[in-house]
Each structure stands twice: as C-alpha cells, then as structure tokens.
Design a protein around this ligand. Structure first.
Ligand code: SER
Length: 319
C-alpha cells in the first residue's frame, strides 16, 4: 500500500494533484503538507499538516512516523520571484531538494520521488524550436540554474544510491483552481481571470512571445503516468521534456475574444520579457511519448472554454 507525502499541497500543482492522488490511493493515504494553510477541500478530504521542507529533522520524522513510500516535492520559488531575491531563492530551491534526496537515501521505505523541473533549465544558447531532450543548457535565471542543478543531483542520486526519482520539465501550467505566483508564464493564467473579472488585461510579455504551455489536467495525467510507469521503461533519470500547446498572449487573446469579443489587452513588458526570450518556444517531448505513451489532450480551444466556464462559476459563487 502506498503512503504519499505531498510537499507544497496548497500551491498551483499541489492543490489539484493531492485530490487526484487521493482518488487513486485513498484519502487517508495521501498526506498533504505546506508551509501555509491549504484550501478547504484539501483539509476536508484527508490529512493536512503544516510542514517546512527546509526543516530536515521535522521532515525525516514525519516520513518515518507516517510510513511514507512516495514523496511529491512541489515547493519552489518560481522564475520571476527568484530574480528578486536570488540567493534566498537558490537556498530554498536547492536545499529543499537536497533534504528530500537525503530522506529518500536514509529511509528505506521511501521508494519513489517526484520533483518537477522546468523549461527554465534552457537558456539563450538552446535551440528555440522543438528543443531536444539533450541539448545546450545555459540558463540565465536563478530558478533555471537551480532546476538544472537539481536535475543533475537527481541523476547523481539515482546512479550513486539507486534513488528512484522522476521528473518532468513542465512548461507554463494553465489552471483555474489555484493561481501560480511569481512565474514568467503566469500571464497565461492571469489573462483568463482578468478577462472574466474586468474584461481587460495588461500583459507583462509582448503580444507575440510564444511559450510552451499546458493545461493542468494534462500535467497531472502525465505526472501520475510517469510515477506509475515501470522503472525499466524509463530512459531518463533526470527530467523529461514535456509540452502542450505553444501560445503567445496574442493567440490566447484572440481565442478569448471568441467568447468575450470586447476583451481589451495592453502590452507592458517587464523584466520577465527577457526571461521568456531566453526560453524555448516549443519542446520535443517524443521520448516521453515513447516511454509512457504520453499525449496532451487539451488544445487552446478546449482550454479557453474550460477556463472561462470555471472562472465564471468561481466568480458567481464568491459573490
Ligand atoms: N512556470 C514557471 C515559471 O514561469 C516555469 O517553470 O517560473
């Protein structure tokens, strides 16, 4: 029987992944934790506890006490925020991962770990279109450097200690349940919320900046499939490329205008434009498709329909 620890359960990914894992493994076997309070549904459907992944002693006690067999470590400082406090962000992103890797090494019951990497591992010297799995990687952001170093540490622990750690280089994730905070792809979520709430949006990237994106349901499906795959089927021991639709703010605006014709968008690029310009515009994820049969299910049209519908529902509910 699996007993799963989620770190960062109140965040954009964790708030959805926790509920999905509870459906599969049973509510009481999925332990949601975060440094901040979680949403009501996380607390009502199963165990939730405050836990700081930086506190290695508390972490290892928690893992032993609850007989944890799998850990999903989702806590991180995203690209935009990390540029504001580089040293602190490096400390949090790296040391939290090192704490998890050490726990997995020390506690025999822990069999598998998931830790997300990101398209931020790539940099200006990386080919921008259909970025290969293995290519030049010279990230220019603190977040990207920490994710690339993290990937190398994951592979190191696999080779040296046999730690079974699995990872995806997530593109920007689009979701309606919990908004992301401080990333360079946040516009792809904000734009839908502002369209519904205000009918206008000021975008921090240029109209034609294309970024690899993905709907949250696809990200969750890929993550769980990767974790459930037989180890022998996986060629990668660091992180897999993964990609959904590749979209610019202009393309998403046009799609929203099919439902909200007078939606007004202004473009005021900030420091995140330079970050976006250093990242790929599309990513080759054929190895993940081959290894776990991955295929995205949500294109721009579907994403727009669902985002607008769900945000309207949320809005009406909170009024
Ligand atoms: N969404 C993340 C960010 O923008 C990329 O992994 O920082």
């Amino acid at each position: 029987m699996e007993r799963i620890l989620i770190i960062g359960a109140a965040g954009q990914i964790g708030s959805e992944l926790t509920l999905e894992l509870r459906k599969i493994y049973g509510n009481s076997n999925v332990f949601a934790t975060d440094i901040k309070d979680a949403q009501a549904d996380i607390k009502e459907t199963g165990p939730f506890q405050l836990l700081d992944v930086m506190d290695d002693k508390h972490l290892i006690h928690f893992v032993i006490r609850h007989k944890i067999t799998q850990i999903y470590h989702l806590a991180a400082v995203l690209s935009g925020n990390a540029e504001k406090l580089p040293v602190q962000a490096w400390h949090i992103n790296m040391n939290s991962l090192m704490n998890i890797l050490e726990v997995a090494k020390l506690v025999e019951e822990v069999k598998k770990i998931f830790w997300p990497s990101s398209i931020a591992v790539f940099g200006p010297s990386t080919p921008k279109q259909m970025t290969p799995q293995v290519t030049f990687m010279e990230p220019t952001t603190v977040y990207g450097i920490s994710k690339l170093a993290g990937e190398r540490w994951c592979e190191y622990y696999f080779k040296r200690y046999g730690t079974d750690i699995r990872s995806l280089r997530y593109p920007g994730l689009i979701s309606y349940k919990t908004e992301p905070g401080g990333g360079t792809t946040d516009w792809a979520v904000e734009i839908f919320f502002e369209a519904v709430k205000k009918g206008k949006y000021t975008c921090f990237l240029n109209e034609n900046t294309v970024q690899p994106l993905m709907f949250m349901d696809d990200a969750i499906k890929a993550t769980i499939s990767l974790m459930e795959a037989e180890r022998s089927k996986l060629d990668i021991h660091s992180a897999y490329n993964i990609c959904g639709p590749c979209l610019s703010p202009g393309m998403v605006t046009d799609s929203i205008r099919n439902y909200i014709p007078d939606f007004a968008v202004e473009y005021k690029p900030d420091f995140r434009q330079q970050i976006a310009d250093s990242w790929p515009q599309s990513v080759d994820d054929s190895l993940l498709r081959k290894n776990i049969g991955w295929q995205p299910g949500f294109d721009l049209k579907k994403i727009t329909e669902i985002m607008l519908l769900k945000i309207r529902e949320k809005n009406n509910f909170s009024k």
